[in-house]
Structure formats: structure tokens, C-alpha cells
Design a protein around this ligand. Structure first.
Ligand SMILES: O=C(O)CCC(=O)C(=O)O
Ligand SMILES: [Fe+2]
Length: 580
């Protein structure tokens, strides 16, 4: 996929000038995969041209940044545990574990290959991990995934915590000079570039000449204008529910005129699995702004190193990267820097295309009219009593059913989603099953998989796509509390120089609601939930309706993401590992 830089100055997605054609004779039949017409839509027409200055940063040659190529201080078992805890389902193939380690610990990108043996040995010998063998009924071959044994989760957490503390202790030694420098910066400077939200575990930062002043919050700022956030430990292993937002301000005056340019690559911690992008590149608009400011930078590799953004000190870059800057906080910073500039309109042709996944017109009246095609939102889809009953049922789930990730926890019902098929287990609790039947009424294919996610206030999920295993329709019932589900332009996960991805809007998912997402919103965009304590409902929310201007505090939210895996391998016998 060719990546396209979208200038942050772009004024939203005004598609009224769209001139692309949808070939009505194309394969838009009623089969489940008959969405080929989508590829006929010239989406580039929707986007602004790449400016020549920016274009030259699209393909930087590789840059070696010494500071993060040191061997991590941690054990293989900790790195493996981190990979598994950061995966969407808590289960990964060994190749995905390698990928995660390479992404998070760049030392391994060029290390002698023996480290992979060490990972494998660790997986087989370390009692913290278990193998889940999967027999493919179609071709008879076996493959396997690894997960953390449910009885070892506490032990693994303790080991990770020990690691975090060790790194935190190292950090204590060398921050004074930076803090002094940071406290002298003036947050009211007219040279302010942008403001963005970080999570509190971060420490004040200095990026090779660009310093960020961390302050506790806007309101606290006024009473305590030069407060410095106490040195904190990296957020990588921290629980996120105690977060409160911190703003940071970059001052233009502190951006050096000859930017020391570094290359950075950022991978999402939450979504490393075969079916999801493993190493999408995310660049913050703040960062791109500074890049754009210096288009004539002699060094063509004009990308800011996120590792340096986290911590300019090589010592701290070792091992604990990149989640030290919490995934979603960077996303939040991108959003805050680039407020959505509507309105968003979509060509009528796209709005009336056939919906192969949806049954008849049942959902038509629920279509969110100013969202991209196609999204349907039904408020109060379930009653209060049903919500309570579902919450009770989910809370009754045995503890080991929950996979605890860094920024949320989840339960998979329905089996293991492999690369292409579902190794089905009929383990749906009765109310979840009823709900699935009810939602299936709107679909041409019945739902066969339920993912239950629990988010505490301040937790979220990284921008991602749901991968090819599922049919292209997501249905989500929200209970307990609302959230805002954000949508972003897609990007090329394999392209290190991939451009800034841009938020295109969001959906308010109120408790008891059902949202159905298909077509381009499902296929061409990423979705995610920012780690926030509250949401402000502005015009970027497609279904804001009468709630514009509301500020809604988040509470514990449970989402039931109900989907259909096209191919199923039935039979519990195909699963090993005692997960049934
Ligand atoms: O919780 C939600 O609404 C979104 C969950 C999601 O996108 C996922 O698990 O893939
Ligand atoms: Fe998703």
C-alpha cells in the first residue's frame, strides 16, 4: 500500500469534491467477500497532495541510533511475557514473539540469531508459559501459540514489576540537570507549538534540544505554574487505572534550528498478533510539525526518535522502550495537536452501496449519516435490566478466563481465532449467547465469536484493524459506561517512514448501545480508544447529536465485540493446553 502523508493543516475530510467512480458492474454481488468495489474507489482523491518538502521524508535511509541498540538488561522470559501481555489475545506464535522483541528492543534487529534459540528454550522450559497446539483439520498440520499460564500470571507480573523497579532505580540517578532546564521554560511562550496530553508516569523530557515541560494539568498549572512532575518510572509495566492526564508543552524556541534528525519507529504495544499490524509507524503531529519546520534539514532522515522522546538518556532507553511512553498517550498527543476540523461529508454513492454483511434494511434507520460508510448506532439496544444481568454474568467469569493486558483485560468466548479460522469452543455464557443471537438478526451470517473487554477509566486500546480472520463487520455492545471509539486513516505497517496517521472522527458508544461497523470504516480505517478519564463531545463525534459540548466521565466499561469468523474448525479436540 502506498502511504500518503496527510498534512495536519488539512481541513478534515471534505469529500464533496470527490470525483472517483464506483463501477456498478464490479463484483458488488451479495457474497460476503463481494466488497471489491471498495478497491475501485480512488481514496487518494479524498486526500491532500503530499507537499514536496514532506515527500522527501517519506523514505529515509536507515539510521543507526546507538542509544537504543544496547542489549536490554532484562531476561528473555520478561521480554516474552511482555510480548504476550501486549498481544490482543494473550496468545502468540513464536514468530510474533520475535517480531515483538525486535520491535521493542532494537538491539535484536541486528543481534546474532542465537537469541531466537534462547527465546524458544525459554518458552519450552519456563513454567510460566504454556503451549497451545492447534491442529488444522483442513491440511492436518499443527501449529502452536504460546500464552502465560493462568496460574502464573501473578508471578509473571511480579517479575515484570521487579524489572520496572530496577529500571526506575537506574533512572533516579541522572535527571537533575534536565529538570532544571525544563523548569526554566515558560509555558506561556508565544513560541508554543502545541500542547498534548501525556500520562502521569512520564517524567519531564528533553528531546535532543526540544524540551517538554510537564505540568500536572491545565488547572493545576495556574496554581503551580512551574511545577515539575516528580521523576517517575517508565509506564511500561504500570497499571493504567491510576492515571490522570498531564499536559506537556513544546516550545518552539527550544526547537533547534539545525534539528538533529533521528529516525524513529513506533509499534503499538497492544496489537501484536498474526492478524494485526505488527509494527505500524506512528508519528505524532507535534513531531511532524517540527520536521516540517526544517524542510531543508541537511539530514534526509528527518524523523524524530521516539525513543529519545521517551528518554534522551541512553541508559533509560535500554530495555524499557517504547511503552515507557504509554501507547495511547502518544495517540492522545496526536489528537490534541490536531483537532478535527469538520465537516465530514461522503459521496452519496458510497452511502447507498449494497451491504453484503447486513440483512435487508433492518438497520437503515440507525445509520450514522455523517460518518463514513458504514456505521449504524442503536442507543438503548438493551434494557437496564439486561445490562445488569450481562454485567453480573461477566463478573461471574472465573478469574483465569481473563487475560490481563497492560491497558485493559479481556475474555475470548467462542474459541481461538487462528490466522484463517476459528478453533471453535462453545463456551458462551447464556446471556452473551442470547445477545449474539439478537445481534445476528441484523446480519447475513451469524456471529460466532465474542470478545469481552474491560476498560477502567483511563484505559483504552491502540488504533488497529481487526485483521482478516473476521468477516468485515464488527458489532459492539457497550455496558457499564460509555466510551469514544476513534477512527484513523490507515497506514502502511511495513513502511518505517509511514506518515502521520490522522484521526478522522469518532463515535460515542453509550452504555446499552449497539454499534455496527462495516465497509470502509471497517476496512480502510483503524479504530482505537484513547486512554482518558473523560470525553468531551465535540463535532468530531459523528453521532454527537444532542450531546455536543457534554463532558462525560468514564467509568468501568465492558464491551462485547461480537464478530464472525468465516471459517471454523469445530471440535474441542483440536485444542490443547487446558483452555476449555
Ligand atoms: O472495546 C471496544 O469497543 C473495541 C474493542 C476492539 O476494537 C477490539 O477488541 O478489537
Ligand atoms: Fe478492534
Amino acid at each position: 500500500m502506498e502511504s500518503t502523508f496527510i498534512d495536519e493543516g488539512d481541513s478534515g475530510w471534505d469529500l464533496t469534491s470527490y470525483t472517483g467512480n464506483i463501477n456498478s458492474n464490479s463484483n458488488s454481488n451479495s457474497s460476503f467477500t463481494g466488497l471489491d468495489w471498495i478497491s475501485k474507489v480512488d481514496l487518494s482523491k479524498f486526500r491532500e497532495e503530499i507537499t514536496p518538502d514532506i515527500q522527501k521524508y517519506k523514505k529515509p535511509s536507515p539510521v543507526k541510533v546507538e542509544s537504543y541498540e544496547k542489549k536490554p538488561s532484562s531476561s528473555y522470559s520478561n521480554m516474552v511475557a511482555l510480548a504476550l501481555k501486549n498481544s490482543a489475545t494473550g496468545q502468540l506464535a513464536v514468530s510474533d514473539i520475535y517480531t515483538f522483541i525486535c520491535e521493542q528492543f532494537p538491539y535484536f534487529r541486528t543481534a546474532p540469531p542465537g537469541w531466537k534459540n534462547s527465546v524458544r528454550h525459554n518458552l519450552s522450559l519456563n513454567k510460566n508459559f504454556q503451549k497451545i497446539e492447534i491442529k488444522h483439520e483442513t491440511h492436518g498440520r499443527k501449529s502452536c501459540l504460546w500464552s502465560i499460564r493462568s496460574d502464573k500470571i501473578a508471578k509473571v507480573d511480579a517479575e515484570l514489576e521487579k524489572w520496572r523497579e530496577k529500571e526506575g532505580a537506574e533512572e533516579e540517578h541522572d535527571t537533575v540537570e534536565e529538570d532544571e532546564e525544563i523548569s526554566s521554560s515558560d509555558p506561556t511562550s508565544s513560541h508554543k507549538i502545541s500542547e498534548y496530553v501525556y500520562t502521569p508516569r512520564e517524567r519531564p523530557q528533553k528531546i535532543k534540544g526540544i524540551s517538554c515541560k510537564s505540568i500536572t494539568s491545565k488547572t493545576e498549572q495556574s496554581s503551580k505554574s512551574s511545577s515539575i512532575v516528580s521523576k517517575s518510572r517508565p509506564a511500561i509495566l504500570s497499571r493504567t487505572n491510576s492515571k490522570r492526564p498531564i499536559s506537556s508543552v513544546i516550545h518552539e524556541s527550544e526547537v533547534p534550528s539545525a534539528t538533529p534528525t533521528l529516525c524513529w519507529k513506533y509499534s503499538y504495544g497492544s496489537h501484536v498478533s498474526p492478524s494485526r499490524p505488527v509494527s505500524p509507524t506512528l508519528s505524532s503531529l507535534n513531531i511532524d510539525r517540527s520536521v516540517k519546520r526544517f524542510p531543508s534539514t541537511p539530514n534526509k532522515n528527518a524523523h524524530i526518535n521516539l525513543f529519545d522522546l521517551i528518554s534522551p538518556n541512553p541508559k533509560r532507553n535500554t530495555g524499557l522502550f517504547p511503552n515507557a511512553l504509554n501507547d495511547n498517550s502518544l495517540l492522545a498527543c496526536t489528537l490534541a495537536a490536531s483537532p478535527y476540523k469538520g465537516p465530514t461529508t461522503f459521496p452519496p454513492a458510497l452511502m447507498t452501496e449494497s451491504q453484503p454483511m447486513l440483512k435487508g434494511d433492518k438497520l437503515l434507520s440507525y445509520r450514522v449519516s455523517n460518518a463514513p460508510p458504514s456505521v449504524y448506532y442503536i442507543p438503548e439496544f438493551i434494557s437496564k435490566d439486561e445490562e445488569d444481568a450481562l454485567l453480573n454474568e461477566i463478573d461471574m467469569a472465573p478469574k483465569p478466563k481473563w487475560e490481563v493486558l497492560l491497558n485493559r483485560k479481556l475474555i475470548n468466548y467462542g474459541g481461538i481465532v487462528g490466522k484463517k479460522s476459528l478453533f471453535a469452543i462453545d463456551d458462551f455464557p447464556p446471556r452473551v449467547r442470547c445477545l449474539m443471537l439478537r445481534v445476528s438478526e441484523y446480519l447475513t451470517r451469524p456471529l460466532n465469536h465474542a470478545l469481552v473487554n474491560e476498560y477502567l477509566p483511563g484505559q483504552g486500546i491502540m488504533a488497529h484493524t481487526d485483521g482478516p480472520s473476521f468477516l468485515p463487520v464488527i458489532t459492539t455492545v457497550t455496558i457499564g459506561s460509555h466510551t469514544v471509539l476513534d477512527f484513523y486513516d490507515s497506514f502502511d505497517a511495513n513502511d518505517v517512514s509511514s506518515p502521520t496517521k490522522k484521526r478522522r472522527g469518532g463515535l460515542l458508544l453509550e452504555r446499552r448501545s449497539l454499534v455496527v461497523i462495516t465497509q470502509s470504516l471497517y476496512q480502510d480505517m483503524l479504530h482505537g480508544i484513547c486512554e482518558k478519564m473523560q470525553d468531551t463531545i465535540d463535532e468530531s463525534i459523528w453521532n454527537a447529536k444532542g450531546r455536543l459540548g457534554d463532558v462525560i466521565s468514564r467509568d468501568r466499561r465492558i464491551s462485547l465485540t461480537l464478530r464472525t469468523v468465516d471459517k471454523t474448525n469445530n471440535g474441542v479436540a483440536s485444542l490443547l493446553g487446558g483452555r476449555v
